[in-house]
Design a protein around this ligand. Sequence first.
Ligand SMILES: Nc1nc2c(ncn2[C@@H]2O[C@H](COP(=O)(O)OP(=O)(O)OP(=O)(O)O)[C@@H](O)[C@H]2O)c(=O)[nH]1
Length: 394
Amino acid sequence: MDYSIFAVAIFLIAVLVFGGVFLIRPRRPGVTDEKPSAEVTDATTAEAGTAVAEPEEREEPAGAPATATAEAPPVEAPAAPELETPPPSAGRLVRLRARLARSQSTFGQGLLSLLSADKLDDDAWDEIEDTLITADVGVTAASQIVDNLRTKVKVQGGRTPEEVRGMLREELIAQIDPRLDRAVRTDPHGDRPAVLMIVGVNGTGKTTTTGKLGRVLVGDGRSVVLGAADTFRAAAADQLETWGSRVGAPVVRKDEGADPASVAFDAVARGMDEGADTVIIDTAGRLHTKTGLMDELGKVKRVVEKKSQVDEVLLVLDATTGQNGLRQARVFAEAVNITGIVLTKLDGTAKGGIIIQVQRELGVPVKLVGLGEGPDDLAPFDAEAFVDAILGED
Ligand SMILES: Nc1nc2c(ncn2[C@@H]2O[C@H](COP(=O)(O)OP(=O)(O)OP(=O)(O)O)[C@@H](O)[C@H]2O)c(=O)[nH]1
């Protein structure tokens, strides 16, 4: 009995000793299923955090060059675009004279040769009148020009080539009217910039003209802010931004569909903050209804006037669109008080006579002309330089 108790005691001691050895044996990593998952999560978090905040301290995978990140070629910041220096406004029309001479040769040279004919009978005068009408001078102005020339020929008697040229030159200049004030009002008023609104039908060259005019002013040493208030076409604002960035003129824009008046307001505010000389605002030109157009342009103007006066409302007209363009121009002129006309694409038409007609119809002077797609192909208009260009040199 005593021996059996002793044997049981020895067995229990043996069980305790072996059990203890197994229980205190160190665990191998990965053997249990709770802890490792926590470690993985920790490691992932640590690595992710490092990757975002401090990429240079991230552990490289085996085999990757230890200094790959450190030795990566430095990413150079994009160089600021070099600003362009556009030519000043003075002399631009003379520089572009060849374009005018080329496009208007039928008009100018055609008239000269008709007037130089040996016999100026009724048929010849009819042909002169037709040439004028074909060049979009307008019926009333064409018949007035013919009447005046007939009188001059009668009074003068002889018709040397110089006399013919002189007569025609004088008459055309008179019709274009050199006395009209064609200055574009771009001077600031104390601490307020001059504000110009550019209006017109889409596609006439409105946005291009806004950009080109900005360049003309920068070329004259002015500081300019551009306002992209044509919010119906996002590309128009992008286009304007490109124009501005080339000459260092800031562009104020908002999202597509934003209120054009608020863009215009912000552009003027920016112009005031920066002490800019001139703010040029490109507007949308959808021809929906006259009332809609009036409301929209009227609102832009009213809102701008809370900050500063509007010095110019320039209507952009595509010279190649003839009577149709003129009809649209009339709608704009009725919707808003136009102070000047920008006649674009004169390089692409022989109908330079539209200058005479549009001034008569709208009662405002052509102040600028577009003579090409190049950035500096916009020039202040001058009646004498224009007529000299279309008639050719003396
Ligand atoms: N040949 C020639 N092309 C011109 C002249 N002025 C503008 N253009 C071109 O006319 C096209 C239309 O010009 P835009 O400035 O986009 O016309 P827009 O009136 O602003 O039209 P939206 O931006 O749609 O409102 C462009 O391809 C211009 O390069 C010019 O005097 N001569």
